[in-house]
Design a protein around this ligand. Structure first.
Ligand SMILES: Cc1cc2nc3c(=O)[nH]c(=O)nc-3n(C[C@H](O)[C@H](O)[C@H](O)COP(=O)(O)OP(=O)(O)OC[C@H]3O[C@@H](n4cnc5c(N)ncnc54)[C@H](O)[C@@H]3O)c2cc1C
Length: 358
């Protein structure tokens, strides 16, 4: 491990998938725990705020930059636990925060382990995965996340949090409730050996084309679907200069969802009830499709506002083409939100985290 190196005024844009954002006042790359503690001590001695970045694939960084110390978490390490006698099909895996998420998925799929195959191709690091409980194609991290090791930034103690303590739900966790309080050091996943992958999502079922696929087939199908929507990082694909979905799917009370239905019918946006996509949730609420609401409120794929725009392949992804600013991107986001609010009375919530906007 190299010695801790704290740099000044480092431009953050290259550390984000949007390629946007001003400088970090101070910046360090962290490859191990002693380095991490040294950096935190350094910031504390100067009363500087600390913020962490993984792959920068779910952040919008202010054009003015970020005050204090920005840490790139690059602590690596993956280890498979020995089998437990009374749980023969289970394989526990521990991965450190700076591991690339998709490299871990690929390794597990190659080992024939199921549980995270539908999360193939999601950019970013292992440490950020629990922050918004990453999910795709009918699977969520919450389904296999057994525990998370955290460093409490207030008193620098470490501990393992059990699944229930992580407060995971749709794009939510304890770390969303208390941002900046804890740093994720490692995660423990409980995967299944030799089990048939659970393909619940209709679009994925059709792409897999087999009733009993193996994990590798599911991964290939997911990667194919994601590539078609520019939801894989690819330097050659300008549509992938994004944070993936910019908005969450709204989850409304049954009454609020009914109001959206009535408004849509009254405004002639839909001709009959079945035209509004609605996904009933176990708690009685109803999830709506943010992409559908955006498109039906007058936004079209490929729409541009100079250097920023809506992906030509996915109406939920806002794209930075080149030479833009975070301010321009957020203005476009606000425009889409206003259209959805005016048409349906629904408030779309942003998915990425804003850094440096205080
Ligand atoms: C093309 C594309 C497709 C995407 N598709 C999906 C998708 O299908 N499903 C999905 O859920 N997401 C998706 N995303 C969003 C993103 O990839 C995930 O949210 C990912 O987990 C973010 O990881 P990161 O390392 O890049 O986090 P960053 O963007 O670096 O950070 C995100 C947040 O997590 C915090 N954080 C990062 N590391 C740590 C740590 N070790 N401890 C504590 N806090 C930390 C940061 O402070 C920040 O608040 C997509 C993004 C892109 C660009």
């Amino acid at each position: 491990m190299t010695a801790l190196r704290i740099e000044r005024d480092v431009l953050l844009a290259p550390y984000t998938t949007l390629q946007l954002g001003g400088p970090a006042e101070y910046f360090a790359r962290i490859e191990g725990r002693p380095q991490l503690l040294e950096a935190l001590g350094w910031a504390r001695a100067r009363s500087l705020p600390v913020c962490v970045l993984g792959g920068g694939s779910n952040v919008v960084v202010s054009d003015a930059g970020v005050r204090g110390l920005v840490l790139i978490i690059a602590m690596r390490g993956v280890c498979f636990a020995p089998p437990v006698a009374d749980r023969p099909g289970e394989q526990l895996l521990e991965a450190h925060a700076g591991e690339v998420w998709d490299a871990v998925v690929e390794r597990c799929v190659r080992a024939g382990l199921s549980g995270i195959e539908c999360l193939s191709g999601i950019p970013g690091t292992v440490g950020a995965a629990p922050i918004q409980n990453i999910g795709a194609y009918g699977q969520e991290l919450a389904e296999c996340l057994q525990a998370v090791e955290v460093l409490d930034l207030t008193d620098l103690t470490t501990r393992w949090l059990a699944h229930a303590e992580c407060e995971l739900s749709y794009r939510f966790s304890r770390w969303k409730r208390q941002p900046g309080r804890e740093l994720v050091l490692a995660v423990r996943l409980a995967l299944q050996r030799g089990a048939t992958p659970n393909v619940r999502y209709a679009e994925l079922q059709a792409a897999v084309g087999s009733t009993a696929p193996d994990v590798a087939q599911v991964r290939d199908a997911v990667l194919g679907l994601r590539r078609g929507k520019s939801m894989l990082l690819d330097a050659a694909d300008p549509n992938s200069r994004s944070v993936g979905s910019f908005f969450m799917n709204p989850v409304l009370s049954a009454e609020a969802a009914l109001r959206v239905l009535q408004t849509s019918l009254a405004q002639g946006v839909i001709a009959d009830e079945s035209a509004l996509p609605r996904y009933p949730q176990p708690d009685g609420r109803v999830k709506l499709s943010a992409a559908w609401l955006i498109e039906r409120s007058g936004t079209h794929k490929g729409e541009r506002r100079g250097p920023v725009g809506v992906s030509s392949r996915h109406s939920l992804a806002l794209v930075h083409h080149a030479g833009g600013t975070s301010a321009a991107l957020l203005a476009l986001a606000a425009e889409l939100q206003a259209r959805v609010r005016a048409t349906f009375g629904v408030e779309l919530e942003r998915e990425p985290v804003l850094l440096g906007f205080d």
